[in-house]
Design a protein around this ligand. Structure first.
Ligand code: NDP
Ligand code: MG
Length: 387
């Protein structure tokens, strides 16, 4: 029985991880459930999965949870709850599926504690890639990616000569605004952004898919996971979300991973690697329903996020942390109606243009860059006036 800590159990990836655990109760047990604030959902999950430990990071939600929960699990609350949870001896594998930079320290702790690691949280590698990869090398930890593109690349690299990798080819669905002009994007609303054509995900990653900042974050994530330089990572649009990504080798061969768009597939593979279990949906690609596989170049003039990601990644140090934080602030302002859609690009560009890159030698340096970038982003948003 593999004991699993699900960090972010109430979110999109977290609930789908629990779906996979539910399908394989003979192999997996959710020993830890952790979330920030959704008390009722956590109570229902605790009832169903009978964990040994439940972590709630928001202090008020933590108090509400303690008042409502009468079960036998240990309850941890407050900002250190995730760290305490991953240290537990009854955790074999940690699924890090919290959103944002909150994933960084639990990921580092899981690596230090010698746990197996299934990493969904891309912000961890974007902001602290140098720290995480160094820690993983020291501990001999193989990071199993959950992000579908990175799981695809991970799979396309298995059994291959890593020295013969020519390029990584990340696929993007293009989101709901594929093919639109800048003019057409000027008036788009939050509701338009949340209509993703192929994936159902949390709000932040769905908006990032619409701006293609998600793909920008994934370029940086791929750089750290697979140690491939930025000029050997490219993006193509594959609107059907069938090809999840590809690896091109020196001899000109390209290996692609293809499957229905269902996050439970990469989640399950991260839990069972190197073994493969039956499809979580019991469905297979229906080739009779596919007349062609579409691939095109992204429009980098409209989706400026890709160029910004390459620049931030290549600048090194804490520039990618600034890229991530500026995007989070801009997305929050857009969600609150304080910034138009295209303003998200302007905020990130402004923060990166004024950024003095510093080295990332500690978690504190990441938090410091995060704070400074957020301040710069907020000041810029205030200066633009409300929309
Ligand atoms: P959601 O917003 O759906 O869920 C986030 C989860 O994290 C919730 O359980 C939330 O708890 C919890 N959480 C947030 N902050 C904290 C914190 N400080 N402490 C403890 N728990 C916290 O996000 P997603 O599931 O969509 O995404 C999770 C991560 O996976 C992101 O990094 C995203 O980029 C990545 N990812 C997601 C994909 C997807 O398909 N959704 C695909 C690929 C990557 P609560 O609900 O209680 O507030
Ligand atoms: Mg992805």
């Amino acid at each position: 029985m593999k004991e699993i800590a699900v960090l972010g159990s109430t979110g999109s990836i977290g609930t789908q991880t629990l779906d996979v655990i539910r399908l394989h109760r003979d192999r997996f047990h959710a020993s830890v459930l952790a979330a920030r604030s959704h008390v009722d959902q956590l109570l229902a999950q605790a009832e169903e999965f009978q964990p040994h430990c439940i972590a709630v990071t928001d202090p008020e939600a933590g108090r509400a949870f303690r008042a409502a929960y009468a079960g036998p699990a240990k309850v941890l609350t407050g900002e250190n709850a995730l760290l305490e949870a991953v240290k537990r001896t009854d955790v074999d594998l940690a699924v890090v599926a919290v959103v944002g930079i909150a994933g960084l320290e639990p990921t580092l702790e899981a690596i230090r504690q010698g746990k197996e690691l299934a990493l969904a949280n891309k912000e961890t590698l974007v902001t602290g890639g140098a720290l995480v990869t160094a820690a993983a090398d020291r501990a001999g930890c193989l990071i199993r990616p959950v992000d579908s593109e990175h799981s695809a690349i991970f799979q396309c690299l298995l059994g291959q000569d890593q020295k013969a990798v020519h390029r990584l080819i990340l696929t993007a669905s293009g989101g709901p605004f594929r093919g639109k002009t800048r003019g057409e994007l000027a008036q788009v609303t939050l509701a338009d952004c949340l209509k993703h054509p192929t994936w159902h995900m949390g709000q932040k990653v769905t908006i990032d898919s619409a701006t293609m900042f998600n793909k920008g974050l994934e370029i940086i994530e791929a750089h750290w996971l697979f140690r491939v330089p930025y000029d050997r990572i490219r993006v193509v649009v594959q609107p059907q979300s069938l090809i999840h990504s590809m690896v091109e080798y020196e001899d000109g061969s390209i290996l692609a991973q293809i499957g229905n768009p269902d996050m439970r597939l990469p989640i399950q593979f991260a839990l069972t690697y190197p073994e493969r279990l039956p499809s979580p949906s019991h469905e297979f690609v229906d080739w009779s329903a596919i007349s062609s596989i579409l691939v095109s170049e992204p429009d980098e003039k409209v989706f400026r996020s890709l160029r910004m990601a390459y620049e931030a990644g290549q600048a090194g140090g804490d520039a990618a942390a600034a890229f991530n934080a500026a995007d989070e602030e801009a997305v929050a302002a857009f969600v609150q109606g304080r910034l138009p859609f295209l303003g998200i690009y302007d905020v990130v560009e402004h923060v990166l243009d004024g950024w003095q890159t510093r080295p990332v030698e500690s978690v504190d340096a990441v938090w410091d860059a995060d704070r400074r970038a957020r301040e710069a982003a907020r000041a810029y948003i205030r200066g633009q006036g409300s929309c």
